[in-house]
Design a protein. Structure first.
Length: 116
């Protein structure tokens, strides 16, 4: 199972999309952005890693009102490492995708509460 995580500038997770392992990362970015529970202002930069480097994705992001920025590495890599500290997420024991995504949201809450 593949997990796409949207974070803010400090690495706090905001949205998620999950799919089968054979789905490209570029197909998961827009659904993950749609999962963010607050309205995102037009022109907000979307910083993604090299796995998202594709011209059709850049065009889709621009049509949705975002500014694509795709450097080599960014803070979301650190957030992915934090998520792998949770054993149920790293091993992916959940049979149903909705159970796995539920565990992801619980880990988001835990990470957010640790910051306050």
């Amino acid at each position: 199972m593949k997990l796409e995580v949207v974070t803010d500038g400090s690495g706090l997770p905001l949205g998620v999309a999950a799919a089968a392992a054979d789905v490209p990362e570029s197909d998961l970015l827009l659904p993950a952005l749609d999962d963010v529970p607050v309205p995102v202002p037009a022109g907000t930069p979307v910083v993604a890693d090299k796995g998202h480097d594709s011209d059709p994705l850049r065009d889709d992001l621009e049509e949705a009102g975002f500014t694509p920025v795709i450097p080599h590495r960014w803070r979301v890599e650190r957030t992915n490492a934090w998520l792998h500290c949770y054993r149920g997420l790293a091993v992916r024991w959940a049979y149903y995708p909705f159970m796995y995504v539920g565990l992801v949201y619980l880990s988001f809450i835990h990470l957010a509460l640790q910051r306050f």
